[in-house]
Write a protein that binds this ligand. Sequence first.
Ligand code: ZN
Ligand code: ZN
Ligand code: FE
Length: 763
Amino acid sequence: MEKVRAEVRVSGIVQGVGFRPFVYRIAVSRGLKGFVQNLKDASVRIIVEGPELDIKSFLDALVKEKPPLAHITKIDISYSESKNEFMSFEILKSSEQSLVTGSVIPADVAICDDCVKELLNPTDRRFGYFFITCTNCGPRFTAILDTPYDRQNTSMRDFPMCELCSSEYNDPLNRRFHAQTIACPKCGPMVYLTTNNGELIACKEPIKEAAKLIDEGYIVAIKGNGGFHVATATTISEPIIRLRKVKHRRQKPFAIMAKDLKTVKSFAIVSNQEEALLTSPARPIVLLRKSEDYYLSEEIAPGLHNVGVMLPYTGLHLLLLLNSKEPAYVMTSANPSGEPIVIQNQEAYSRIGKDVDYMLLHNREIVNRCDDSVVRLVDGSVSFIRRSRGYAPEPIVLSHEYSKNVFALGGELNVTACILMGDKAFLTQHIGDVECVETYEFLKSAVHYLAKLIRAQPEVIAHDLHPGFQTTRLAKELAEKFKIPTIPVQHHHAHVASVMVEHGLEEVIGIACDGFGYGSDGLAWGGEVLLCDGNVFRRLGHLENHPMPGGDLAAKYPARMAAGILFGSDICEEWLFSNTDKLPRGRDEAEIVLKQIKNGKNIKTSSAGRVLDSVAAILGICYERTYEGEPAMKLESVAIGGSDILGLKPEIKGRVLNTKYMVESITEMAMKGLNSKKVRDLAFSAQNYLALGLAELALEIATSECVKNIVFTGGVAYNEQITTTIRRTIEAKGFRFYTNTRIPPGDGGLSLGQAVIAARLSD
Ligand code: ZN
Ligand code: ZN
Ligand code: FE
């Protein structure tokens, strides 16, 4: 048979995912000769020589049998005559093997099926070993100190390989060939149990012992790959109530980790799409609807229709849950309130020791803290609440290549930063709320570290328009240090731009709804309809402005906000004084609120979040916001299955949607008396009014501006009823509708929008 030579270039995610050993195996098994090599631009080059048929079968396998984490976007093949140049097939160790500028740093990968099999196989030498990993799975980003990604540059450098591990590591046919995190019980990290102040508890099987302690109602801190968790049982409420007390977290839902998919289905409703997310290599926390016979403690996610669930993603987690009688554990990030997740053992004793009873630790360093990611399906598509472990810092590929490197710093809450370089935008892991010093320092170091990994020098700094944000302060600091310009970006403009980037849109009408963003006029925006064209925007519509009596207090106590919205209508005082129990200081406070509104000096807001909060208070669903978004989230939960009994037609005047009209109608109905069905239907009606009103406003503007694309973003886009209603209304009129699907519509996605706007402005 005639021999040929094929030169192949494969692009996509093909480095750091076991692609070269895979190519080696399929080449050698077909008797082909040649080589495979990583190239500088993160692609892979292959040259094979051999009989034509074998080469065809090789190329076939290349696509069909590729490793699970590989993602091929392009294959170029050129054929020529065989030169009989090679004696064998080899993996070339090119000098360019290093991860070069702008190429991809792999995100952490959940334990793979092959490793699970070995973990549970009594004859395997890694049977029951908590730190089992391979080329296809294990920590990556959280373990990488520097590039190139090889063992010396990871936290595994502290664990020299034993002979057996080393031979596996060097054997191209072994599935751990060049697996940088390879380890075994003989040479790898060790796990141990301590008291809450670090005193070692001697026991043979620390993981089994920890599981027993959690089952018995103790609170146990668990060191994972990207940080510490705090774990409790889920079928008993006592430890969860105790945890709420020590964490000063009265109502905020806790995420849980369930034993397996079957167990998840015993307490939650899981669609095929949600199942795929739960079991994906990123293994995020997925918000699932509680089932009718939900039997876990109500303390986990009080007042909400859904619960955040993840599956075990390391050998440690899997062993823990397999040894437990509980169906699931509460698994919440271990951090003092508002501060970043704890990653060091010593830090754990001092900062969370008093909050827990025991600690399950290991002796491997966590290089990068990385919280669990949180996603939810909204209107049938993925919506990121938090994009972190399993995703960060993999870049978003842009449709355009920009000339300047931009560092964008996000907003104030749920911050991520973004480094834009060339045609890629790298978002950091979840940083958190940068109001406290520790988180601010974390933001600084995360940006610095990401820049180092991808070899990026800042040339422009983008930040939020708000003059008082910590991120604005940091922007100024960096600009001074590097002698580079800063570009402020309006909050809702950045939100809309983030959707435009994701979908490669040039001109859109953007609906951006959230709790608060600093407006170009200095007011508090949060229910905006913007025309965005390239890097400029015009605010063409918004929700009605209402006074916020007491400023931030109106966001914390939504009854205040309700009074602000109702002010001027006949029922305002009547409602306020018959609901003084909804304010912490009762009647006295109600009088103050009224005075505050009357003096007219309050900041005004067009926030959609504040309108939803008010309705939650009026319907008796929530009177105090103990965590971000609480009243609106509880309103959404209550509204499920309801119908629109108000049937109000949205009132739009001068491109301002009247929201007082709706809140007034709800209040009138509520004052006639409430029952649970009426509360549900009124909650539904309020959300329906807002959604229809926003959609109509956007359609009116889109029609007059001749724009075909309408996008919806901001934290309110997590609300399923509102998003679905807006989409349907817009599509019914023949317009195209888009939302965020790869980065958060909430403030965690701001940095991407900021970065792209700044990059365009400085191109
Ligand atoms: Zn594996
Ligand atoms: Zn070993
Ligand atoms: Fe926002």
